[in-house]
Design a protein around this ligand. Structure first.
Ligand code: NAP
Ligand code: HSE
Length: 424
């Protein structure tokens, strides 16, 4: 590889802009780290007229993907545009053309990662995607490198920063007696302005983004192919300020968690849903636009890391780390292509866990009708309270099988509110 690495950057939005800025600011450092310089030859965008602070040389801008991918001088293509297509096809084209590829695209890696990793391997080039999970956290590198000699038993993560940011703002509203629902709307807007949210933010708040990241994490942690449809997904849109208030009263935190674990029968269970966690959990302190990952393995026992999980510069840090890695080691290493075990996955219904229940009914009779079957399951209720919609009562259950529990509560889910949140 020559002394200069020539790059095509597909996308100059939040992440692309951050990468261009960091490449400029840290050019001397990158040279010192790799002995190479980096030249941006093309920056692919949709709209050539849009003003862009990150672009210092407008001649590099193009709206022609072919030009960006097939320029024979380009060594590395950075896919930072997002979405499934055309991003996936452009990554494939770049690999087939013998270019190294770096991507921040969790959707592409969750859906087609296996195929693309095999293609990169066949082509003798590298495909790196650290930025696709948890922004600045080097979790994928850790799983493939320093921690690769461990049998991982569980990976628990706050992997979506937008929802963690929204939950924090709702929590603040509860603290100051402001309406948490308007805090939700304002926080989502702020997450979009700060560049944390996806182009379609329903991917964040409905849990799809966390589901894609869970597929990528579980694949590397357990060396097992985890189909997206096997990962249970629930977002945060049904949570209210009362849930956050009760979390505080019960000395717990409420987070959207990604949980993947090897069950005692050998099956792998992966899921994404709001979860109440105790204050002793290392993820309790992970707040706002931060992401965090807490791992358990048979050598290191347990480990956690947290930091900015989204935003221009934090994500660019992970992309640039991949670029340095390619500059230093342009040949694919065997550990990048772990042979995936064909293993069984288990649905969430196989699990046993505890639940927080919040019932709201118009009057005491309606509340009793709802409460009694739950008491038969062992739910222990707090005293009831008057709220705007009537009477509210909350309970914690003992450990229950998810499948049986959901079947038992299905008839209770009428127009009366029955909020159910799982405990870690
Ligand atoms: P973004 O701000 O919406 O930027 C996307 C960029 O790609 C824009 O410059 C856009 O061009 C360009 N683009 C999109 N579709 C294109 C097409 N068909 N042809 C040409 N150019 C196209 O998105 P982002 O937040 O930077 O995210 C990019 C990727 O990084 C996504 O996969 C996202 O999930 C991932 N990611 C984001 C973050 C984050 O914090 N934002 C963190 C980790 C990973 P125009 O400017 O002309 O519209
Ligand atoms: N929208 C994503 C998040 C960006 O909020 O976590 C980082 O992948």
């Amino acid at each position: 590889m020559s002394k200069t690495l020539r790059l095509s950057i597909l996308g100059a939005g939040t992440v692309g802009g951050g990468v261009l800025a960091l490449l400029r600011e840290n050019a001397d450092l990158l040279q010192a780290q790799t002995g190479k310089s980096f030249e941006v030859r093309h920056v692919l965008v949709r709209d050539l007229q849009k003003p862009r602070a990150a672009i210092t040389d407008p001649k590099r801008l193009t709206a022609d993907p072919q030009r960006a991918i097939f320029d024979p001088k380009v060594n590395v293509v950075l896919e930072l545009m997002g979405g499934l297509e055309p991003a996936r096809t452009l990554i494939r084209d770049a690999l087939q053309a013998g270019k190294h590829v770096i991507t921040a695209n969790k959707l592409v890696m969750a859906v087609s990662g296996d195929e693309l990793i095999r293609l990169a391997h066949r082509q003798g080039v590298r495909l790196l995607y650290e930025a696709s999970v948890a922004g600045s956290l080097p979790i994928l590198n850790a799983l493939q490198g320093a921690l690769a000699g461990n049998r991982i038993s569980r990976v628990v993560g706050i992997v979506n920063s937008t929802t963690n940011f929204i939950l924090r703002e709702m929590e603040r509203a509860v603290d100051s007696d402001a309406p948490a629902e308007s805090a939700y709307d304002a926080a989502l807007r702020k997450a979009q302005e700060n560049g944390y949210a996806e182009a379609d933010p329903s991917s964040d708040v409905e849990g799809y983004d966390a589901q894609y990241k869970t597929a990528i994490l579980a694949r590397l942690a357990f060396l097992q192919y985890v189909p997206l449809e096997s990962i249970y997904r629930e977002g945060i849109t049904h949570l209210s300020g009362r849930d956050l208030l009760w979390a505080q009263r019960l000395h717990m935190g409420l987070k959207l968690l990604s949980i993947s674990e090897r069950l005692p029968d050998g099956r792998l269970c992966a899921r994404v849903h709001p979860t109440l966690i105790p204050r002793e959990c290392p993820l309790y302190v992970v707040r706002g636009a931060f992401s965090g990952v807490w791992l358990q393995g048979n050598g290191f026992q347990e480990m956690s890391m947290h930091g900015f999980g989204a935003g221009a510069r934090a994500t660019a840090s992970a992309v640039i780390g991949d670029l340095i890695e390619i500059a230093r080691h342009p040949k694919p290493l065997k550990m990048e292509d772990p042979s995936l075990r064909a293993g069984e996955t288990a649905p969430i219904e196989s699990l046993t866990m505890r639940y927080f229940l919040r019932l709201v009914a118009p009057d005491e009779d309606a509340l009793r009708t709802l409460r009694e079957p739950l008491q038969q399951l062992g739910a222990e209720f707090q005293p009831s309270e008057s709220v705007a919609q009537g009477i509210e009562q909350v309970a914690l259950t003992p450990p229950l099988n998810e499948g049986e529990f959901q079947t038992r509560i299905a008839p209770l889910r009428t127009e009366t509110t029955l909020q159910v949140i799982r405990l870690l």
